[in-house]
Design a protein around this ligand. Sequence first.
Ligand code: NAD
Length: 495
Amino acid sequence: MPFNVKKMYINGEWVNSQADQSREILNPATGEVIAVVAEGTVEDVKHAIHSARKAFDEGPWRSFSAQDRASLLLQISSLIDEHKEELAKLETMNNGKPLREALSDVETASDAFRYYAGLVRTSLGETFDSTIDSIVIQEPIGVCTQIVPWNFPLQMAAWKLAPCLAAGNVSVFKPAETTPLSAIRLFELMSELDIPPGVVNLVLGAGRVIGNELTSNEHVDKVSFTGGTVTGKKIMANSIETMKKVTLELGGKSPVVVFSDVNIDTTVEYALFGIFLGAGQVCSAGSRILVHEDIYQEFIGKMTAHAEQIVVGNGLDEGVEMGPVASEAHMHKVLDFIQTGEREGATLATGGKRIVEGNYGKGYFIEPTIFTNVSNNMSVVQEEIFGPVVTVQTFSSEEEAVRLANSTKYGLAGAVFTNDFSRALRVTKSMKAGTVWINKYHSVNNQLPWGGFKQSGFGRDLGKNSLLEYTETKVVNMNIHSSAVGFYKSFSDNS
Ligand code: NAD
């Protein structure tokens, strides 16, 4: 079936790639082409940035009050709610995640717009004692480029666009090249609203082709990026010349520390949920389990048995608990990591293979995979695999658990499971991570700041932090009594 090429949204219009290039978009569960989209070029990006610049500097957007912007965000939230099932289905077909996960992402996306609509109408600046006569105001920064990965396409779009627009900025947004469909649909919905041309722009295409322009163009004031640490470093380097504000939400290798006093069944389920949600393609995936040696045998036995019962399949099918990984190229990357783990001497407790029987062979399915007998310097322990692969190690003391937990270059998230309240807090405080869960995993709330320590990046999405990171701080000092400076003698002589 021929497809109409889905276009980019620039300056309030739907446009084709200037080079007339396009890209096929696949369903990772079936390998089928489900859409064809425009493939943007550097010229398209320049056009979008120019439109955004003009909209920010000269357009009516600057006169939109916080109340006006909040009203727009609420309308976007309502449109997402009205199209919830459609958006979730699209996300499942493009990314592969089970429908229940996609539905939860759509709800989070809608809530992000609602949250920032409310937050921007609260007090953001400061005022001081009347003898100082100063105020501090938070102003929008200007043109923001926003780049996201393929694991939470719609949710990431909302996490970026909502605070950016709430604060009064304009955006040039780029989804991942393999999963643009839910973002395109979001822009279609936004195009129904009275948003001035150039305020929201959607560019499509490969990061390695158009990424440089998005992150180095002199008319861009801020770059907000979510993706891999290697890409994040390139973006940071690109932004130096014009001193752009940068927010980087990068990779992780998050530890799950399990002490011996836990309820083993409950904790095993959290451990499985921590790694196999989104087929392990979650930045905060609990990909390193650290278990106290006293309960290791029982823990690994139960974890393996339950992992083997996870229902893997097409995310649109009822009862599916884990979908495929998002693309063929990514599947091969994950399988390569598994082979490296085996070569380095780790033991496969379960999984490790692509699933190829029947219809599975058309998609990019990998078995839920658990490695044991790993040493801490192995690449499966140190590197972000970003697939359904977890390592399990043991420890004998709290000190050793903390040392192992902090022993990678990442610091996005972590968890501690224990019934000892003091121990839970001690370990939490020692963990170098932007989020620590105690006796749970993966809960995220739009009100809470989200981001990493160490090479997991800097700056924060979500919460009040994110709104402030889309603003410049301006101090205004006033002379409200028309008093003279009184510095030069000649002025007092003449008066
Ligand atoms: P990636 O870095 O390859 O790509 C992310 C985005 O950057 C895509 O849109 C891509 O087109 C673009 N890109 C690629 N090269 C670029 C360049 N040179 N300049 C500008 N943009 C470029 O990451 P990925 O493989 O799509 O996503 C997986 C990574 O994202 C993982 O490392 C994961 O941990 C991370 N992630 C982090 C968070 C977080 O909140 N910290 C959330 C989700 C995903």
